[in-house]
Design a protein around this ligand. Structure first.
Ligand code: HEC
Length: 282
């Protein structure tokens, strides 16, 4: 029975392949279990209809400005970006006044000297440190620029979640990680201990504490709320056009769905005549 043999061989091949795959995946999975994995959070920007929450982005910017910007840069964001619709969308007057409180290095002037002037809307967010060496000297490590950190960080979801994630359109590993990192300082006696860093050591001392940022919209002044808001803000900084992308994606998929239905009827029409012709001959 050559046919039966072939089927048998195929079956054992598949079984062997599956066993090998399980063997490969198992050690990876158990190695990862040693790390605590960030938990999934509820984000307003999750899913095909996800949107940024303007009030949350405004609070997140407040946390960034009052806390994180003491150490981190945000090079890709200009003051005027904070006015644009779809983002924190502050008023122009608010951001003009804010920009003017920063001293921006400019020049050289006609005498060939660099000088400082108040910031304007077209300036990019300035860094508190003159250069990376100065930051390292002060902090023992260079704080990474936060412009795209929400997209640059993430974590392995492991089998089988990495197969399910594309179906449920889960793409928030970056924000989940940052939220976990900011809320992972659970050893009160050690400000450099973080649950989500390899070896639990981080050069960033616990940046947030309850009550540190004074919200004016009645939102809770807790580490969790600050972490959530600043993470949403960093997600916006990394992907300001997220809403547009999702809207376009939905339109393309709707078009494809309608097109598929039309194609089905066209196919039926074409093949209907072929069938009846063939029937007529026999
Ligand atoms: C006192 C300075 C300081 C402050 C304030 C600070 N950070 Fe940091 N941050 C650092 C340093 C230094 C590192 C590099 C840590 C390392 O390499 O171990 C870092 C690293 C990070 C990382 C990267 C972690 C990784 O996976 O490598 C993120 C994300 C981050 N900070 C976010 C924030 C946010 C958000 C805030 C504001 C709530 C903030 N930081 C406030 C100094 C700071």
């Amino acid at each position: 029975m050559p046919q039966g043999n072939k089927v048998m061989r195929l079956r054992s091949l598949i079984a062997g392949g599956l066993a090998a795959a399980t063997l490969c995946v198992a050690p990876i999975a158990s190695a990862q279990e040693e790390h605590v994995k960030p938990a999934r959070q509820d984000w307003s920007f999750y899913g095909p209809f996800g949107k940024y929450d303007q009030a949350q982005l405004q609070r997140g910017f407040q946390v960034f400005r009052e806390v994180c910007s003491n150490c981190h840069s945000l090079k890709s964001i200009a003051f005027r970006d904070l006015i644009a619709p779809g983002g924190p969308a502050f008023s122009e007057a608010q951001i003009k006044a804010l920009a003017a409180t920063y001293k921006i290095k400019d020049g050289p002037n006609e005498a060939g000297e660099m000088y400082e002037r108040p910031g304007v809307l077209s300036d990019y967010f300035p860094w508190n440190f003159p250069n990376a060496q100065a930051a390292r000297a002060a902090l023992n490590a260079v704080p990474p620029d936060l412009s795209v950190i929400a997209k640059a960080r993430g974590y392995e979801r492991g089998f089988p979640l990495f197969l399910i994630d594309p179906i449920i359109q889960y793409q928030e590993q970056g924000p989940d990680y940052i939220y976990a990192l900011l809320t992972g300082y659970t050893h009160a006696d050690d400000p450099f201990w973080d649950e989500f860093m390899p070896g639990h050591k981080i050069a960033m001392p616990m940046p947030l504490s309850d009550g540190a940022v004074d919200y004016t919209d009645g939102s809770p002044k807790t580490v969790k709320q600050y972490a959530k808001d600043v993470t949403a803000f960093l997600m916006w900084a990394a992907e300001p056009k997220l809403e547009e992308r999702k809207r376009l994606g939905f339109r393309v998929l709707s078009f494809l769905a309608v097109f598929a239905v039309l194609l089905y009827f066209v196919k039926r029409k074409i093949w209907a005549s072929v069938h009846s012709d063939a029937g007529a001959e026999h």
